[in-house]
Design a protein around this ligand. Structure first.
Ligand SMILES: C[S@@+](CC[C@H](N)C(=O)[O-])C[C@H]1O[C@@H](n2cnc3c(N)ncnc32)[C@H](O)[C@@H]1O
Length: 258
């Protein structure tokens, strides 16, 4: 995005979490300040790039699972900048609603994703689930199963917001609905405070959680096999390479409402 004027209301000097993530994924939708902050994170956690890619691969496999289960309504919350392997590409024919609170993400989404009748981009904040559900009611039939995706977004919300949001979504969902989550953990306690500091200067602070705390988001849901695991270990397309026991900086899982 260098060389282009920043869109109105966007300060290119404040690192933006959507654009930092885009940089981890080798995207081009980022400014110098995003890259500088992301490079600081990569110094502390070089595995971040690999983890971002593994997160996107998990997304594709989880969405294919939803489709196999007959789910044809998917709401991708905190969807991020369009990249390779977007949700609707893994769910052809399903209604997909992308939701993000970042106006730049929504503008890019509208330009690149909303090419089909079944794809919508909604500017919305997951911290306001009441408003979000009202807005979604025009696009989603809540009388039928729906899948909410919350990948790499709940760790931008403190407990007082994160748990009530997920409860509100569950209460709006009928049996057969799904919840898909990936979430960062405190993988290196010695290094984490520095990373938290970098995100505090960006557009959203991090609230890292333990595996047990992440598991609590699935209260009321049944976790499908293999449960809450490193994203790369959730139903991998190929068996892991011998000796590849690399750990991850997050957990991922899929729950179904019975
Ligand atoms: C790290 S990116 C993850 C993108 C995508 N979900 C993925 O996992 O590949 C986090 C996204 O969440 C969005 N986000 C953060 N807080 C949000 C909120 N309160 N409401 C809506 N979107 C939010 C950011 O704008 C960003 O696009």
């Amino acid at each position: 995005m260098d060389g282009q004027p920043a869109p109105e209301g966007v300060d290119p000097n404040v690192p933006n979490v959507a654009r930092m993530y885009d940089y981890y994924l080798d995207g081009k939708n980022n400014f110098a300040a995003d890259r500088a902050a992301a490079d600081q994170i990569l110094q502390l956690f070089p595995e971040t790039k690999r983890s971002a890619k593994e997160n996107r691969d998990f997304l594709a496999r989880a969405v294919r699972h939803l489709v196999d289960q007959g789910v044809d309504q998917i709401v991708d919350l905190g969807s991020g900048l369009p990249t390779q392997g977007n949700t609707h590409e893994s769910a052809p024919g399903a209604r997909v609603v992308y939701v993000d609170y970042d106006p730049v993400v929504c503008a890019h989404g509208r330009a690149l994703l909303a090419d089909g009748t079944n794809v919508d981009i909604l500017h919305g904040d997951v911290r306001e689930p009441g408003k979000l559900l009202v807005d979604l009611a025009d696009l989603i039939d809540f009388g039928r199963p729906v899948a909410f995706l919350m990948l790499a977004v709940l760790h931008f919300l403190p407990d007082a917001e994160a748990y009530p949001v997920v409860s509100a979504l569950r209460e709006a969902s009928v049996p057969g609905s799904h919840l898909v989550i990936s979430h960062a953990i405190d993988a290196k306690p010695d290094t984490t405070p520095e990373a938290l500091q970098i995100y505090r200067r960006a557009t959203a602070s991090l609230s890292l959680r333990t595996k047990e705390q992440i598991g609590r988001f699935f209260d009321g849901y049944e976790l499908v096999e293999p449960g809450l695991v490193f994203p790369k270990d959730w139903r991998p397309d190929q068996p892991p390479l011998v000796g590849d026991n690399a750990s991850s900086i997050g957990y991922a899982g899929v729950g179904v409402l019975r």
